[in-house]
Write a protein that binds this ligand. Structure first.
Ligand code: TYD
Length: 132
């Protein structure tokens, strides 16, 4: 499946840590950064795929699960460390759930927001994926 867990280098000091994301970490030019927070317990996010957009997801705080599906195979990845991220290439259905209290999901995206890039219907996604 066209996803990848990427380790983000950590500058570790007794005073605290720093992790930096530049274009050498993500394999695309960064066009947009947003974050998901104040997610109520039991809430689910995602439920869509993208035609072009690529995303890199990081649990900046707390943890959550990402369920990815390329139309053939399904995987669940738990993100729970701020120095590891999940790269999701285009054409992959994703769902996010199991958010811990106070969790924050940072998203580093390859495109600006374009609603037309979304596939929000799973049946439509399966047809789209089967033609790839
Ligand atoms: P969506 O991407 O579906 O959220 P998630 O995948 O995290 O569940 O977006 C939710 C709503 O927010 C939707 O109405 C579109 C809007 N939105 C923007 O206007 N701009 C953005 O950059 C994003 C990510 C979402």
């Amino acid at each position: 499946m066209n996803i990848q867990i990427i380790e983000i280098p950590k500058i570790e000091e007794p005073r605290g840590n720093i992790s930096v994301i530049e274009n050498d970490i993500v394999p695309y030019e960064i066009k947009r950064v947003y974050y998901l927070y104040d997610v109520p317990s039991g809430s689910e996010r995602g439920g869509h795929a993208h035609k072009n957009l690529k995303q890199f997801l990081i649990a900046l705080s707390g943890s959550f699960d990402v369920i990815v599906n390329d139309g053939k195979e399904k995987k669940t990845i738990c993100l729970n460390k701020p120095n590891y991220g999940l790269l999701i290439n285009s054409g992959i259905w994703r769902e996010l759930n199991n958010f811990s209290s106070g969790s924050v999901c940072l998203v580093i995206a390859s495109e600006v927001y374009i609603e037309e890039d979304y596939i929000r219907d799973f049946e439509e996604f399966k047809i789209y994926a089967s033609h790839k």
